[in-house]
Design a protein around this ligand. Structure first.
Ligand SMILES: [Zn+2]
Length: 304
């Protein structure tokens, strides 16, 4: 089965025609929406009747946002957080941002019209990857400050429950240690999770052969991408000799806070690539609805 066919089947199963396509191209999404396929309904809402972009803050006009808030139906916001960082030889740097956005968007569609998804935070904390070209890292205080300012803005507009759905491991600790403070400053429920928190230690082998979740650019993330945005995966070979010919200046590395994370060794990088070859779209298609279900339950619980 081609990647394209597999993705269609996956979207159909979720009843959200066009969702992943919106992260790729608006035209493709519109084309998919225009097919008018009747989909299975989730809860009381027929998700296929909702324009998938309708839950994305930055796709709406101020009039649409104002009317949605005034309707009293909008109860919560999700802030997706990710990174712009190397994902081995075969994956686009946007992986973590796109994955958190897909989970957030599917959750908001499932809970429609209760939840809006803010513009994703596309930069994260990844100083340890700065020897790999392409990665952009931001300081922890900049990252948490940015997320806090987004919370403040949403609160100002009358959104009184906020869940941060994270897709980059390097952001997890900073988020976990900040949300209680955000919540007490703003006086509203604010929580954070990483989308793979939906998988318990015991469940890891239900979704992957290796049991490595979240890992980094290996079987798990590559399966997610094959299911949701296969065009962000390249079929390449791993040529180690090409990869260590460039070394940044020490002062530049110091400025971006580079440190040598012991877990990110040459051996780890090579074995992650080898494990990515176990990835299939079907594994991602099994995982994504599971994560959406889990995030939805968490958010519903916060909304009370
Ligand atoms: Zn990642």
């Amino acid at each position: 089965m081609s990647d394209q066919n597999s993705r269609r089947k996956f979207l159909k199963a979720l009843g959200t025609s066009g969702i992943a396509a919106t992260t790729v191209s608006g035209k493709a999404a519109a084309a998919e929406l225009g097919t008018g396929d009747k989909q299975t309904s989730l809860n009381s809402v027929n998700v296929s009747d909702i324009n998938p972009k309708k839950v994305l803050l930055n796709e709406l006009t101020r009039k649409e946002v104002r009317e949605w808030i005034a309707s009293g139906e909008l109860k919560a916001a999700i802030i997706p957080t990710g990174s712009t960082e190397q994902h081995n030889e075969h994956m686009a740097l946007s992986m973590d941002t796109e994955a958190s956005l897909v989970i957030s968007q599917l959750t908001a569609l499932k809970l429609y019209p209760k939840v809006i998804v803010t513009t994703p935070v596309a930069f994260g904390i990844c100083p340890f990857f700065m020897k790999r070209q392409g990665t952009i890292t931001i300081r922890e205080e900049i990252f948490t400050g940015l997320v806090y300012d987004i919370c403040c803005s949403m609160k100002t507009h009358g959104i009184n429950t906020i869940l941060i759905v994270n897709g980059h491991g390097g952001n997890s600790r900073a988020l976990r240690s900040s949300v209680a403070d955000f919540s007490s400053k703003l006086g509203i429920p604010i929580d954070a999770c990483s989308y793979w928190d939906s998988v318990s230690r015991e469940q890891r082998r239900e979704f992957t052969e290796t049991g490595s979740i979240p890992g980094h650019a290996d079987e798990f993330e590559t399966s997610f991408a094959l299911a949701a945005f296969p065009e962000r995966i390249r079929r390449v070979t791993y040529n180690e000799s090409e990869q260590y010919t460039w070394e940044p200046a020490k002062e530049d590395l110091d400025r971006v806070g580079y440190f040598d994370a012991k877990w990110f060794s040459r051996e780890f990088d090579k074995s992650s690539f080898d494990e990515s070859l176990l990835a299939t779209a079907e594994k991602g298609e099994r995982f994504i609805p599971h994560a959406v279900e889990w995030v939805s339950a968490k958010l519903l619980n916060m909304m009370g």
